[in-house]
Ligand binder design. Sequence first.
Ligand code: HSE
Length: 297
Amino acid sequence: MKVRVRVPATSANLGPGFDVSGLALTIYNEFIFELIEEGIDITGCPEQFCNEDNMTYQAFRMAAKRCGLEYTGVRIDCQGDVPYTRGLGSSSTCIVAGIVGAYAFMDRCEERKEILNLATMIEGHPDNVAPAIYGGMTVSVMEEEEVVTLSIPIKHDYRFVALIPPFTLSTEKSRSILPTEISRKDAIKNVSHLALLVASLINGFDEGLKTGFKDHLHQPYRGHLIENYFDIMAELKNDNDVLGAYLSGAGPTIMAVIRAEDKMGVVRIKERLGTLIEGWEVRKLELDMRGYTADYE
Ligand code: HSE
């Protein structure tokens, strides 16, 4: 028997919701798990990841222990479309898939709350893994060992234009340059912007989004690690039909939010940004509303 697990890409932070909010997107990584007689056999990813340190395997191993799965060997094939180290949650897809793969062999892959707790423990923060598990947009709070996650019902239909640079930026580096303390003024700004963002999305108040996506906790610092970041953000701010823009996760991808009816949005954004995004990939994505899926073959 094989288990096929599909996990959506995710975009975390959404501006002011650092380590708190995130949303799932319509690009996916897919993993096939098969129990074998002995050893580990990992295929489909670059050779340096085809070993015991593989993130999916490590998550599988921990989850197997947690859910009581006894196995002597496992084969994992990894395929997918989620760009690696670009701020679109590729590592979360690996962690979530590894856990779901193990739980599926015990027929427990719908235990999403338990899977969320374990995935958060492995990842260190819940903002990517929560939407990868539940789909849609989520906000999460860590209360000791428990993660409290709620889905945000978004009133309007938006599209997410991902501006994906050709260069990578590791989360480790992107976190290491952040200040350990911020001023009360900046803290108040972030709290108010996140509250405005969530309330605007629920109420369909598009006018609140540009301000709601503003951040004073990580983007002003991380922007210096990304070529043309400040110019790109300024151009997007001047586009009246771009509802808001933010750094996706730890970067370097920049996300612009437009209305579904704004059919020429991608073309307009590409033209407006011109050489600022030369060599960048531009993808128009929708919200994934399902989170991971698991099927038996
Ligand atoms: N909240 C995380 C960060 C997301 O911004 O560092 C990336 O793992």
